[in-house]
Design a protein around this ligand. Structure first.
Ligand code: TYM
Length: 332
């Protein structure tokens, strides 16, 4: 595939308002990549149905997710923004790639193990083959870089393995992608159980800051955040709660851990938590205002989705045709 700039691809599931974790670990960095790279950002609705979704909610949340992405600064003129199910080539390539992925590689994925444990009543095939669909997303566009949080690293590695296995048989069809993981904030932890990552689907609302939370809710959640009994603001492995708050504060203010330790030396956690909450509120304020404005303009959002799907589909068709020819599907 001819490319001027390197390609970036990432996605997010429309399973509810995204969290501070999604924002800090992934989405916040996406707009900055637009100048240097050709970026494609997708709303991964097909991934979302691996867990049962209410259809009306999924539809609404998919449009809302487009608004959230645009509000974060993604410019649909510069980047392609689209909804995954609008481009059938993802599901089509996924089938082919599934035939190049050993079963054992799928069963050892952390996310599969976690989600199977969480939903023992519905360990469906989609949950297992989820990373193959993600590999199709990435490989369809000749992607060079995949900006994600740490939890998706294993899936990007599996994508590389699948691509290399396919290329080994058919020649250089796929570009081998690299994960792009932020230095700070790549894994934001739950505010209530700091050993666990902050997750959209956490049932304890105090554990999760959502990017559309009102300032007083954000303040309340940070005030209740679990820390430790030492009372000093410093990062350490045995201080996961405080270290997590420091990462969030560092991302929102640009301050290093050393600067944060110095600034809060001798002060209790109360003062620090207040400062973290304020930095998050300030970071999210312009984003929240822009989101409200965009969401009111349904026609604009629908136009962005239609344009994004058309542009993505045109790119995807080229690679899919090549793959179909390579594996021996008869062309009409
Ligand atoms: P999803 O929707 O779970 O999360 C979207 C992005 O947010 C990151 N993230 C976090 N980062 C830091 N701290 C956290 N607590 C945290 N929680 C989530 C994720 O790493 C991710 O980057 N399978 C993907 C969506 C996807 C995709 C793709 C991504 C579908 N196709 C192709 C990249 C390329 C997912 O479920 O992300």
């Amino acid at each position: 595939m001819e490319k001027m700039k390197k390609r970036v691809y990432s996605g997010i599931q429309p399973t509810g308002v995204f969290t501070l974790g999604n924002f800090v670990g992934a989405v916040r960095g996406w707009p900055k990549l637009q100048e240097e790279y050709d970026c494609i950002y997708s709303v991964a609705d097909q991934h979302a149905i691996t867990v049962r979704q209410n259809p009306a909610d999924l539809r609404r949340q998919s449009r809302e997710m487009v608004a959230l992405l645009l509000a974060s600064g993604i410019d649909p003129q510069k980047s392609i923004v689209f909804v995954q199910s609008h481009v059938p080539a993802h599901a089509q390539l996924s089938w082919v790639l599934g035939c190049f992925c050993p079963f054992g590689d799928l069963t050892r994925m952390h996310q599969f193990k976690e989600k199977s444990a969480k939903h023992p009543e519905d360990i469906n095939g989609g949950l297992l083959t989820y990373p193959i669909l993600m590999a199709a997303d990435i490989l369809l566009y000749g992607t060079d870089y995949v900006p994600v949080g740490v939890d998706q690293k294993q899936h990007v590695e599996l994508t590389r393995d699948i691509a290399q296995r396919f290329n080994g048989v058919y020649g250089d069809v796929f570009t081998i992608p690299d994960a792009m993981i932020p230095k700070v904030g790549a894994k934001v932890m739950s505010l209530q159980e700091p050993a666990k990552k902050m997750s959209k689907s956490d049932s304890n609302e105090n554990a999760v800051v959502r990017v559309l939370d009102e300032p007083d809710a954000i303040l309340r959640k940070f005030k209740r955040a679990v820390t430790d009994s030492e009372g000093s603001v410093r990062a350490a492995e045995d201080k996961p709660g405080v270290t997590n708050l420091m990462s969030i504060y560092s991302v929102c203010t640009g301050k290093t851990f050393e600067e944060i330790e110095a600034a809060f030396a001798g002060q209790g956690y109360g003062v620090f938590k207040q400062a973290v909450a304020e930095s998050v509120i300030d970071t999210l304020r312009p984003f929240q205002q822009e989101y409200k404005r965009l969401l009111a303009d349904k026609a604009y959002l629908d136009g962005v989705m239609a344009d994004g799907a058309a542009r993505a589909a045109a790119l995807a068709a080229r690679l899919l045709t090549k793959v179909y020819k390579k594996v021996g599907f008869l062309q009409l």
